[in-house]
Design a protein around this ligand. Sequence first.
Ligand SMILES: NC(=O)c1ccc[n+]([C@@H]2O[C@H](COP(=O)([O-])OP(=O)(O)OC[C@H]3O[C@@H](n4cnc5c(N)ncnc54)[C@H](OP(=O)(O)O)[C@@H]3O)[C@@H](O)[C@H]2O)c1
Length: 184
Amino acid sequence: MSAKLELIAAACHNRGIGFKGNLPWRLKSELEFFTRMTTNTKDAGKKNAVIMGRKTWESIPANHKPLQGRLNVVLTRQKDFDLGDKGVVCNSLEEAVSLVTSPPYNDQIERHWVIGGSAIYEAALNSTSCHRVYLTDILADFECDTFFPEMDETKFERVEDPDVPEGIQEEKGICFKYNVFQHK
Ligand SMILES: NC(=O)c1ccc[n+]([C@@H]2O[C@H](COP(=O)([O-])OP(=O)(O)OC[C@H]3O[C@@H](n4cnc5c(N)ncnc54)[C@H](OP(=O)(O)O)[C@@H]3O)[C@@H](O)[C@H]2O)c1
């Protein structure tokens, strides 16, 4: 079985995704969208994997770690990084793809979500396993120090997903729009 990597990210006007180790904004409905998309499965006997960089793992508040109902896969180059029973550690994206597509996980995992940050998104965009990008455009300016990588839009086409709300969303006066791109 091969992995179909699905990236999910929210980026503001300058493609910013993070500031000082956290999200630059607080949008409850966008976070709920992230949780719903990365958690729900068609097969009730399976769960999804969420693949993330070590800093994104550290940005998750302690009381929300691991991300519930999902296999948490954390990428680090540190050889002694230990998550205990909270998740699994991999030293590269290739290793993570290999892990989730091999026994015992291949029969347990339905979708393979890549949830950031920058270098992990970039590796996933350049991977032959890259399938879809769920990118929320936050239609506002925020100060950011972490950015979504350049995406070669000629390699992707916009698709519809019935699970994704259409049109401009708004919360606390901030407008945003969900987009779905599929690798051609
Ligand atoms: N808006 C969004 O959708 C979104 C999504 C996710 C995160 N964020 C934000 O982005 C920021 C965190 O992202 P970030 O880009 O700074 O860090 P990150 O990608 O989460 O973590 C970087 C770390 O991941 C490990 N790593 C990176 N590439 C690797 C590879 N190819 N193989 C193995 N390990 C690898 C390294 O860990 P070691 O140093 O341990 O080796 C590296 O220091 C936070 O502000 C967070 O809130 C936003």
